[in-house]
Structure formats: structure tokens, C-alpha cells
Design a protein around this ligand. Sequence first.
Ligand SMILES: [Cu+2]
Length: 282
Amino acid sequence: MKLLKYLLPILLVATLISCTKDDDDVFLPVNEVEDLTLIQEISNDTHTVEMYSISGNLSQGYNDITIRLKDKTTGDFVEDAMFMWNPMMHMTQMMHSCPKSDLVKVSGMETIYNGYIVFQMAENADEGWDLTFDYTIDGEDFTAVGDISVPATDRKVVSVFMGTDDVRYIIAYVEPQSPEVMVNDVTFGLYKMENMMSFPVVEDFKIMLDPRMPSMGNHTSPNNEDLVYNAASNMYDGKLSLTMTGYWKLNLMLENQDGEILKGEEVTEDNESSSLYLEIEF
Ligand SMILES: [Cu+2]
């Protein structure tokens, strides 16, 4: 009993020291996805691809996606993978892909890779999307594929249309994701449907913008600016003036490098909407 009385504090101190030492040895990585929400995981035998976004969902239109690749054996996140990704819609009569960026390591980060996908069609009861990740680690190739859910949006955030040049285009709403009553920076993506699998960015066109509120006499707003090509982001930037909250129809006209209108009409007294438009409500 007396021995225990002396031994116990020694044991406690020893335990504390060893705990402290253990804590120092444990590597606690920064959680690089803490501001994001998990969409889903896609796994194969060796790895798990974790997919994240702000909302935690995919939907029709533009989707900014961040991924992390986990080694199933070690539990570590792979920091030096090279990625290809390929979204595919399996329709009853055919298969097709959609516009997407490269999936690249986020600069200054250890474990996360980022890119975007523009789903031009939503899933339905009989037709839906899957997503394939082909990646290389130290010269070794891996593939992970899984079904993804791409529901329709309430508002039109992507438009597929044929230009007067007989080219099929896809225009997608990108920013602002949280519009405000002000002159907003606005960004759209513009792509050409080269074939069922290839959707390159269209460069150096112009997207003319005329936002209207159909519920209020179809009034517009001051200080809008047409969207022009930004070679750094490969997207189109302009100014979107919103003078009040509610539903706005973003009437558009697409102009090519030669100044020809390929799609869309001016909004006038007699023509309340362009045939090319996107929608927002906030
Ligand atoms: Cu489809």
C-alpha cells in the first residue's frame, strides 16, 4: 500500500510524459476541405475519391468541384496524383459528355485538387450521369468510376442552342453565386459542341446582356456591361446590375469575332424576350 502511494505519482507522471511525447509525434494535417461539404465518395480497390463543393450537391449547369484522394491502405491523402476526369451521360439512345476544366492541384495546398463541370442536361428516371477518374501516382495508373446525381435546377442556368453558323453552343451561368442588389461581377462559360465527347471553350466572342424583370413591366437596369472573353480564366466577364431582389431574365445575344449575331434578339416594346437567356432569382 505504501509502495503504491509512492509509485502512483511516478506512474502518472510517466504516463503524462509519454502522452505528451505521442501528441508531438502525431502529424495533424490542416483540413483543407473544412469550408466545403462532401458530395459523395467514389472508390476502387486501392483509393477513395472524395468529392466536395460548397453546397454538397451537384446540379444541372456549372459545378465547381474539389476532390481529395485517399489511400485506402494507409489512410493518407495522395499529394502528387495526376488526374483526368470524364463525366458521361448515359441516355437511352446514346452517350455524351459535357464541358469541363482540367482537374488540377490547388496551388499552395497539400491534398486538394479542383476543377469544374458543366452538366448541360439533368438526369431523369431513365437517363443519368457517371463520372470516371483516371489518375496516375508515381507512374502507376488507376481508375475509379461511380454514378453521380445531377438533378434539374428550378431556373435556367445553362442553355444549349444552335447558332446561325450551324454550330451547337453551350452557355453556362457561373457567377455571382450569391447575387446582390448592386452592380455584380458576372461570369459565364461558353463552349462549342465539337462532338458528343468534346466541348472546347469558345474564345473571343462577346455575350450581350440585357437583364429584365418581366413581372414589373419588363424593366431593365442601368450600368450593365456585355461579357467579354477573359483569357486568364477562359470565361466571359461583365457587369450585371440588379436594382431589386426577385426574378430576373438575363436576355442574351451571342456575337462572334466578326460582329455577327449567332443567336438571340434585342428586347424591345414588341419583343419582350430574347430566344437566348438565363435566369436568376434571389
Ligand atoms: Cu443527355
